[in-house]
Design a protein around this ligand. Structure first.
Ligand SMILES: C[S@@+](CC[C@H](N)C(=O)[O-])C[C@H]1O[C@@H](n2cnc3c(N)ncnc32)[C@H](O)[C@@H]1O
Length: 483
């Protein structure tokens, strides 16, 4: 093997990193730089090329370049996967998500599922097995399980359906025994399960989805797990946007448990199951009627707004103490309520928002939902200046800054949020997540405990203010203190 470190300059690495990012979304900055360097070294040897320059030309010029670039990118992918990976997510699928979909589709008897970034097929086949178990009358259903990846050799492996013991590290023994046959040191998947899954090449960086031609439209469920972590921020946003469009209203999206910022999924409703956060596309799209001009202080009539579908998140600086005192909990349809005086007595009393403030808050929220993050950042800054005791604005600021990758700024905003309203549960929850991500486990734990304290005694079915449809029970499960 050639001593590549001596040959590949920083400028070369940057050029290759840019090329790979633009064609696949895969990011090779920081510690992953060395993987790129090694792949360049391997490619130089394989194609007998003298210098990175020649390799770059080989990958970008001439008729053979697209195939060569595809192979080069495939050599950079992480194929790590196994059957029933992430037990809490599979429990959520088995106990909630698939039963929900089956019940909703019982009349049409049609289900459409997509494993995007399926690697060698363990993930879509796990779903196929789960469905066989949940749907005894499977043959009378029209079920699509589409499995796509940009690594063709992994797709071929998936189609063959032979696996080593390593793929079964989290598979219940009886499932392995029922659906696989040992053959020459490998395990062969039963043909009837194999036939449930359709494999296809699809590069998520391309704009070929959702579409009928790639069969990626009208999906009920998309598994997009452990792919996003390798993408840069801009690509991540684009892909999530497309996957959102690929889902039917009410459709579900599962991402890996270590995926980035939940703010990336702000168009979705966040659902919490035991140790698993899952995203659901709202049944009804929020109409985007407010334009940025609303920020220029033009009060909007709340009556007109109340005819629109319910916003998924609305500013409601009401402490959960209200819920624990038995105040009926309901999604809010017209922006912030005036009942903020019901905050926990120990917390500073948040300012009661005016209609104008409510309209401004919603306008910023919508900018963020539309991924106009820079404008949203500036607008929320103006909002917190105007209403420095309005906790939801700091919360929103925290989410926006987090989305922009400014984690320190997000921390400051979220700390202000819980300072202004110590009973603002989602503020504590966001802080817990942020600290956990930053490796500050102790601080994360303290905010999780605070969430649990604030929710103690509240009805489990009560909706959490600012919780995107999360109930008290959901949140307690998410912080790991549910009974
Ligand atoms: C770590 S595996 C995840 C496999 C499976 N989803 C799981 O969670 O077990 C990541 C997969 O994403 C695929 N991938 C990466 N970038 C992709 C892209 N732009 N389009 C399609 N697939 C991609 C890789 O080829 C790899 O197979």
């Amino acid at each position: 093997m050639m001593a590549v470190t001596a040959v590949v300059s920083e400028a070369d690495l940057q050029r290759f990193a840019d090329l790979v990012r633009s064609r696949s979304g895969l990011e090779f900055s920081g510690p992953r730089r060395v993987d790129l360097e090694r792949a360049i070294g391997r490619a130089l040897v394989e194609w007998r090329l003298p210098m990175p320059d020649a390799l770059y030309t080989h990958l970008t010029e001439g008729a053979a370049a697209p195939a060569a670039l595809e192979a080069f990118i495939a050599s950079l992918t992480v194929p790590e996967t196994y059957f029933f990976r992430n037990q809490p997510q599979f429990e959520a699928l088995e106990q909630h998500i698939l039963p929900d979909l089956i019940a909703r589709r019982r009349d049409q008897r049609r289900l459409r599922i997509w494993s995007a970034g399926c690697a060698s097929g363990e993930e879509p086949y796990s779903l196929a097995i789960l469905l066989r178990r949940l749907l005894p009358d499977l043959t009378s259903w029209d079920v699509t399980i589409l499995a796509t990846d940009l690594n063709r050799s992994l797709l071929e492996k998936g189609q063959r359906g032979f696996y080593t013991a390593w793929s079964f590290r989290e598979t219940p023994a009886e499932v392995q025994a029922q659906y696989f046959t040992a053959r020459n040191g490998l395990f062969e998947l039963a043909p009837q399960v194999r036939s449930q899954v359709t494999f296809a090449y699809l590069n998520l960086a391309d704009d070929c989805y959702p579409s009928a031609s790639t069969n990626t439209q009208d999906m009920d469920l998309i598994l997009f797990r452990n792919v996003l972590i390798y993408f840069g921020e801009e690509m991540a946003r684009r892909v999530i946007e497309r996957l959102y469009e690929a889902l039917v209203p009410g459709g579900w999206l599962l991402v890996g448990h270590a995926e980035p910022s939940i703010a990336l999924f702000s168009r979705f409703i966040t659902r919490a199951f035991p140790n698993a956060i899952v995203y659901q596309k709202p049944e009804q799209e929020q109409s985007v009627a407010l334009q940025p001009e609303v920020l220029a202080s033009q009060p909007e009539a709340p009556r007109a707004r109340s005819r629109r579908p319910e916003p998924r998140v609305s500013a409601r600086p009401v402490s959960l103490a209200a819920a624990s005192r038995g105040t009926p909990s309901r999604p809010i349809s017209g922006g912030p309520t005036r009942s903020s005086a019901s905050a926990t007595p120990s917390s500073p009393v948040p300012a009661a928002p005016s209609d104008d403030l409510a309209a401004r808050y919603q306008a910023v929220r919508q900018l963020a939902d539309q991924a106009q993050l820079e404008l949203a950042r500036r607008s929320v800054e103006a909002l917190v200046k105007q209403a420095p005791l309005f906790a939801p604005a700091y919360y929103l600021q925290g989410l926006i800054l987090q989305e922009l990758g400014d984690f320190e700024g997000a921390l400051v905003a979220l700390r202000r949020c819980v300072y202004v309203d110590a009973g603002f549960v989602m503020g504590h929850f966001a802080l817990a997540n942020l600290y956990a991500r930053a490796g500050q486990a102790e601080r994360g734990r303290r905010h999780r405990e605070q969430v649990a304290r604030l929710l103690a005694g509240a009805p489990v079915s009560a909706l959490v203010p600012e919780g995107d449809g999360m109930t008290v029970g959901d949140l307690l499960r998410a912080v790991g203190t549910a009974a």
